[in-house]
Design a protein. Structure first.
Length: 367
């Protein structure tokens, strides 16, 4: 039998999610489903599978109130500054996604893989359809998929070490797309989102970034179909990067991605300072307080300085954000639990199902 009920229940609920998700995808790809029913199926996937099961079924299995589950998932308030930073981060994530997707698509093409969307042409894309698409592909996934992955999975796995939790939740997020094209960049995005959710101690920044990334992608599809200037300008920019010498294109792509990652790091640090750092300054855990004060006395100031600066916020500023950042990271490794085989039995099944189905999209082009 399992030893850790929360880890087992997390894996069990996600097993049900991925099984139902694969079943729906098989049905929708086998039969000719009208467009309207396609939107209905997507809403069912998001609202029932990605939102309701992680909230209600998980709470039932844990024998706890949904309110506690919501709190555990990181539904903590954020300020206007973090909201704006999350929007900017979402734009940068979209740009990085384009370069990463292009790079891996080029690699897949060497093995004879053809994009499933390469031949898709939209003849008519009215404004009302754009709003429908935004709800279907940006609003719902931005909320529901984050609850399942940066909520349930990240929270359920964090007892095994924060790095393991972030990587596993990100990997399952990538596999959940059931598509070899999307797996690579979706996994990287998932890992980054897990990193942000942990260091801001809130799921809201990742919801905003997820929504922003998907919304821009959806809008670009609308702009392409309607030949809008913004799409033409952006497409021209990408053509200048990828249209020249192969080695120069790779170098430019690498340079731009590195710059964007650097900007993302600064944004995350700013969000960290505006969220978790503020919380630590107000109601810091006693163990964290002791560690901060010990570092202050050993490396920055003396005991007399500590006595003068009783306010934790002053101590935090004295030590510096980077050191506190590393301290918060290390707290994710305190009292690390090593899950048993029975704890992770459904995790192994989830990974197998996700990997097998994703590889099937590469080999046979299904789903």
């Amino acid at each position: 039998m399992y030893k850790n009920k929360e880890i087992f229940n997390t894996n069990l609920v996600y097993f049900l999610i991925i099984c139902l998700f694969i079943t729906i995808r098989i049905i929708s790809s086998t039969f000719s489903i009208p467009t309207v029913w396609g939107y209905v199926l997507n809403a069912v996937i998001q609202l029932v599978l990605m939102l309701s099961l992680p909230l209600f079924l998980f709470s039932f299995l844990q024998r706890q109130k949904v309110k506690k589950t919501i709190k555990d998932y990181g539904f903590n308030k954020i300020g206007i500054k973090t909201i704006l930073l999350s929007l900017v981060a979402g734009v940068i994530v979209y740009l990085i996604t384009i370069f990463v997707a292009t790079f891996f698509s080029a690699i897949l093409s060497l093995f004879g893989y053809e994009s499933s969307s390469s031949g898709t042409v939209v003849s008519s894309y009215p404004l009302w359809l754009l709003f429908v698409e935004l709800v279907s592909t940006a609003v719902l996934p931005g909320i529901c998929e984050e609850v399942a992955h940066r909520g349930m999975l990240l929270n359920g796995f964090k007892k095994t070490g924060i790095t393991r939790a972030i990587v596993l939740s990100g990997l399952l997020f990538g596999l959940m797309h059931l598509n070899i094209e999307q797996f690579f960049y979706a996994s990287l995005i998932g890992i980054f989102f897990g990193f942000v959710a942990y260091f801001t101690d809130s799921i809201f920044p990742t919801m905003i970034m997820h929504f922003t990334n998907n919304a821009i992608s959806t809008f670009m599809g609308y702009a392409s179909a309607n030949n809008l200037p913004i799409y033409n300008a952006f497409n021209s920019f990408l053509s200048n990067i990828f249209g020249g010498n192969a080695f120069l294109s790779i170098f430019m792509m690498f340079l731009i991605v590195m710059i964007l990652i650097g900007i993302l790091y600064l944004i995350v640090m700013a969000m960290f300072k505006d969220t978790r750092l503020k919380s630590m300054a107000k109601v810091a855990d006693q163990a964290v307080k002791d560690e901060l004060r010990r570092r202050l006395m050993d490396g920055v100031g003396g005991a007399e300085d500590v006595e003068k600066n009783e306010d934790v916020d002053v101590d935090l500023k004295t030590i510096g954000n980077n050191k506190i950042f590393s301290i918060v990271l290390r707290t994710g490794y305190k009292n690390v639990y090593k899950p048993t085989f029975h704890d992770n039995i459904f995790l192994y099944v989830n990974l197998f199902l996700g990997i097998a189905t994703t590889l099937a999209t590469f080999i046979w082009g299904i789903l």
